[in-house]
Design a protein around this ligand. Structure first.
Ligand code: ACO
Length: 413
């Protein structure tokens, strides 16, 4: 029988920290209000050079080091994110390229704040089925780029960050034992971000506009601006409290555990009070809940993998601990997993060094491949297509998720 164990973990929080007091200089709020209503004390904010892919890669490198494996061993990379750098290529492909993970499949998973647990469940199933031996599961979000910094209802709640784990196949019982994935799309209007390309579609393809028009926005008829978070805070609060308690009960029962058997619950970090209310409803002491929202705010798909790292670092995860992860978010989606924590591995310098060398080589190889493709394209277009393509093959993302768009593209496509 095959099991899937978490053997590596890593996180990345951008250097720039914004405290509640600093935020209070931008909008009408106070440190006291934010702390009392949410538990948040500060958030990390991505800098202009940070991309969803670059912060995901930083977390992944740390996770590979802890797992003591090289990127060449990874069979699958899943990135849970709501803030990808591009509609396509996926963030996961950019991470794959940056790491030089030659034999990995890679895709992004859109399940908002539940994305990491969704991805973990899918990767563990792939490992248990025998199709891969190692998977990298990442939650990465730059929520600050979806915020209206004039809207105090939402801008105080979110932060930026990434977390990653390495899952490994093993015949040792334990690891990710069972999981559940759920959705209720009827609640989509409680929490959403409209894409601006939907508006474009209505204008440019009127015959399709009925099918493409977004659902009438909120209960009160308010339509949020494209690209910004709309949230019905009170309803999301009720949903989160109900789901956190309900999903914990359900996944514990599936694992054959009594609630009292659970050593640690690592919930999505949306709001302290949601976590407190779930603990009360489960009749569990608050100490059973891992809470680190004070330091990062809500980093969406990244909250749970970042919390796993902090729980390890704080000695809150010990060998054989019975652990429950619960994510919930827009969609509506929710997901839970029961896992028996494995024995952390000893760090070895060998693979760490190998990984650094591989990263350097991946960079060179990625550039070489681009140049080669460009050469190949210009040679074949001279032969097959006398008219030059309007889109340069060099346009598009580079490996860090930064857009490289040549002016030639403008207005011609
Ligand atoms: N600073 C000061 N006052 C504020 C702020 C703020 N940042 N935001 C709202 N207020 C005011 C409101 O205007 C209101 O004033 P009024 O009474 O004069 O009208 C008052 O505070 C109370 O507002 P409520 O919305 O009732 O505040 P509530 O106690 O519900 O807290 C909050 C709001 C924190 C958003 C809460 O509803 C919540 O946490 N909801 C869950 C949302 C969440 O966690 N979202 C995260 C993303 S979703 C996810 O990850 C799944």
């Amino acid at each position: 029988m095959r099991y899937a164990h978490i053997v590596g973990w890593g996180k990345y929080a951008p250097e720039r920290v914004m405290t509640n007091d600093e935020l209070a200089t931008l909008v009408d709020t106070t440190d006291t209000w934010i702390r009392e209503r949410t538990g948040i004390g500060q958030r990390h904010l991505a800098g202009p050079k940070d991309t969803c892919a670059s912060i995901a890669t930083a977390a992944a490198i740390e996770a590979l080091d802890v797992a003591n494996i090289t990127a060449a061993q990874i069979g699958l990379i899943i990135v849970g994110t709501s803030t990808p750098d591009f509609a396509f290529p996926s963030t996961a492909c950019l991470v794959q390229d940056a790491l030089g993970a030659d034999t990995a499949g890679a895709f992004d998973l859109s399940a908002a704040c539940s994305g990491f647990v969704y991805g973990l469940s899918m990767a563990a199933d792939a490992i248990k089925a025998g199709s891969i031996d190692y998977a990298l599961v990442i939650g990465s979000d730059i929520m600050s780029r979806l915020l209206d910094w004039k809207d105090r209802n939402t801008c105080v709640l979110f932060g930026d960050g990434a977390g990653a784990v390495v899952l490994q196949a093993s015949d040792q019982p334990g690891g990710l034992l069972t999981s559940l994935l759920r959705a209720d799309g009827s609640g989509g209007d409680m929490l959403y971000v409209r894409n601006n390309y939907r508006d474009k579609a209505v204008v440019s393809t009127p015959h399709l506009s009925t099918a493409l028009t977004p659902p009438a926005a909120t209960g009160d008829g308010k339509v949020s601006d494209a690209g910004y978070i709309f949230m019905n805070g009170r309803e999301v609060f009720r949903f989160g409290s109900r789901i956190l308690a309900g999903a914990t009960r359900e996944i514990a029962a599936r694992a054959g555990w009594e609630l009292g058997d659970i050593d640690l619950i690592i919930p999505h970090q949306a709001n302290n009070r949601i976590i407190e209310s779930a603990a009360k409803s489960l009749a569990l002491p608050l100490e059973k809940m891992f809470i680190n929202i004070e330091h990062y705010a809500n980093t969406s798909a990244a909250t749970i993998p970042i919390a796993i790292c902090d729980a390890v670092n704080n000695g809150r995860l010990r060998p054989n601990d019975k652990v429950i992860l619960v994510g919930f978010g827009a969609g509506l989606t929710w997901a839970a997993a029961a896992l028996q924590w494995g024995t952390p591995r000893v760090l070895s310098r060998t693979n760490r060094t190998l990984n650094r060398v591989r990263l350097g080589l991946a960079n060179v190889r990625s550039r070489a491949r681009r140049v080669f493709r460009r050469l190949e394209d210009s040679l074949s277009s001279n032969v097959d297509h006398p008219v030059k393509s309007p889109v340069s093959p060099a346009s598009g993302p580079d490996r860090s998720g930064t857009a490289v768009v040549e002016t030639e593209r403008e207005g011609k496509v």
